[in-house]
Design a protein around this ligand. Sequence first.
Ligand SMILES: C[S@@+](CC[C@H](N)C(=O)[O-])C[C@H]1O[C@@H](n2cnc3c(N)ncnc32)[C@H](O)[C@@H]1O
Length: 421
Amino acid sequence: MGVQPLAPAAEEDPVDDDANTPERLREALVDEIAARSALLGRPLAPRVEAALRTVPRHLFLPGRSLERAYADIPVVTRTDSAGLPTSSVSQPAMVATMLDQLRVEPGHRVLELGSGGYNAALLSELVGPAGSVTTVDIDPGVTARARSALDGAGHGRVDVVLADGEFGLPDRAPFDRIVVTVGTWDIPPAWPGQLARGGRIVAPLRLRGLTRSLALEPDGGHLVSRSDEPCGFVPMQGAGESAVLRVPLHGDEVGLLVEDGPAPDAAALADAAASPRVDLRSGVAPGPADPFAGPDLWLATALPGFCLLTATPQAVARGLVRPAWTTGTPALAEDGGFAYLGAPESAGAGSGSSEFVVHAHGRRAGDLAARLAGRMRDWDRDHRSGPGPVLTVHPAGTPDRALPDGFVIDKRHTRVVVTWP
Ligand SMILES: C[S@@+](CC[C@H](N)C(=O)[O-])C[C@H]1O[C@@H](n2cnc3c(N)ncnc32)[C@H](O)[C@@H]1O
């Protein structure tokens, strides 16, 4: 085998030694996040932007390249025995959004649940020398890593504690702000119970398989959401752990994720998946928006049999299903049949526009498809450009008559009501 001689370096190639310094990469990343936030109509708070420009994220990702540390992606740092992520240093844009939601002031006492070190360092910048930050993680490997990175980044004042965040940190309460950076199925009583007067909790709450980062404030005997942002997080471990039910439709390739609802008849649904497909045009055009910010939460609260259909790209390529989004497309399962939101198709020859198509299988497929398409049209007409939902979180046991009008999702500790103005 011949060996080609190495080409001599082209001397005229400009070499910019400073192009990939952490400082430059960080500036570029924050510029990108700030521009996108402004475009979405919710510009970053100046103090949050300043903190993002200050904290060196690469110090919290030892062993990873600078390019990876300053890309707008979550970086997985721990996985379980099945290879699923259990810990990450969160995506910078999501971190920024949640810090905006949290509204941290200098002097605040902040509790963070779920430690990567990076967000705790940002919080430390925001509270300043008069405030305090305590970060809690259930995994000793994560707390050790966070401790060492925080020390290395000059944030030795942040306390790192090994504990199950489900119970907050009663010894150090009250807190002005509690930020949960792990996907939680419920709001356990410890969190509002450890909040100071005027306090705020930001938590990624799982609702029927979807996750929304909620900014929650106490209002009488319950919590009320001041904002909600679509997001995705690794699931909570420990006492607050809660599994999502997966109903296989085509083995491991296509399934329905069911949460906060009755378990459907799995055998009947697998049979239905093998039956002929019914297609129904919805009359609703796709928009430029992020798919996760679309109709999913509306459908989850308008359809009692709501679930999410997931599929591998290979299953889609083979034509087994035609979902709008493979990672979880809104679906409805009932009476041994199911319907789901399909990928947009041309609205007709020469129209130049497209519309979502609903697909359905099994008993009453036509009826299920019509119901899902009808709720899509409701969303398009009444909520697509509206203010979005208000969520209230009430203690479990609150009687129906004491709840506001809306869709009720019962959890272990709470009753969550989603109301669409
Ligand atoms: C997405 S990571 C946190 C990211 C981090 N805040 C950062 O700065 O990027 C979620 C963390 O939550 C932790 N976790 C899971 N269940 C927990 C629990 N019950 N209590 C405390 N931490 C938990 C995981 O070990 C994981 O490290």
